[in-house]
Write a protein that binds this ligand. Sequence first.
Ligand code: GLN
Length: 449
Amino acid sequence: MTETIESFIMKEKPENYYEELTGELEKLNSKFRMFSNINKEISSGLPFSVKDNICVKDVESTASSEILSGYLPPFSATAIERLRKGEFGFLGKTKMDEFGFGTFGTNCKDHPLNPFDERYVTGGSSAGSAAATAVLKHHVSIAESTGGSISAPSSFCGVVGFTPTYGIVSRYGLIDYANSLDKIGVMARSAADVRYVFDKIKGSDGHDTTCVDHPISKEGHKKLIVIEQLMEGVDQEVLSSFDRTLAKLQSMGYTVERRSVPFIEKAIPAYYIVSMAEASTNLARYTGFKYGLKINDFSKGYNDFFTEARNSFGQEAKRRIVLGTFVRSASVKSKYYEKALQLRQMLIGSLNRILKEGFIISPTMPIKTPTVEEVNGLDPVKVYVRDSITVPPNFAGLPHISFPSDYIKGMPTGTQLVTSHFNDYALLDFVEEWEKSFEYKFKYNVGAL
Ligand code: GLN
């Protein structure tokens, strides 16, 4: 059992605890590059890190994009505000795929590396948050998922990654990727720590009308449902590891049933249409005038000025602006964008029916942790299809959690559990039970007391 947040907060710490912590972290950061900045002023509370697309007042927040370099938000995101008022201490901003566009955490400058072995990627887009959680003993990270950005890196870095029901945690102060999909969530080293933080950050907020105060249930299930289509294309080693996990769960009293869900294999194209459409409108605000990067040469013509500013987007951001603008253009809107929205509704309906009966369970990722070299060789579509398992719950706004369930040749791998909207606590209960007989391993325990 790991020590809980509460016991850490109560415990007497050596006088120079935070100084040593940040010193050691800085050293490791030069190796694993998980933080874009470390707050050396931290002097009390449980250290928490923040994904760089979540605003912290007066702290550079760039969503790992050059176009936002130098941007100092004038206010903090609601989730951060709620933590800063409590017994938490802000530790720094973590790196990510630019604006959240990515699956492996490599779409940014000096991208993070996996603390289990630096030849491997961390997963993304909440790359630095997962790596930081894998390195620090007493710490939580506030991360964000649009289509799997909490689950994927949590699986590759061996931490617990929780994505709540869409709309439970305020998005105010989040640098939007796709507003109808973005969810702020929590990464930690135990389900109990996730719960503690989730309870602090959730709940309605006058600044975000999509955020609700809905009762959150904890309706457990003994039935685990494996969706056949999600298992297609899963690597052999991941498959065997998942079978071992299922066998263990069966010995704990769970039953396993296999089912198929109509159209679930279309979730990837539909998700990418909707998310890119929304992303392309969100990125329109970055023009070299208002946020971050400023192009001060006003002698330039209109086209030259904006071309220069918008040239500082990375390749993946540019790709999404072009594709997103295309799919919502008048001549093809009904063919792509509107169809994708219809598919989302159908998927929500069929997943909800299944989730009344039990939890949906799967490996978190269809592949084991890839090396940086392997990822660099992938074309964009090969990257997108790696989200086949994490996209469906995200697209449907369903709460899900990835928890460490095995180590394949020393690298962690996770299992993903999905439940009905607003049944979030049931996921945390499930993982707490799992943790009673499974020990999470870490190579680093920076800040251990
Ligand atoms: N890989 C997905 C994408 O690029 C999800 C990323 C995310 O959740 N931010 O859209």
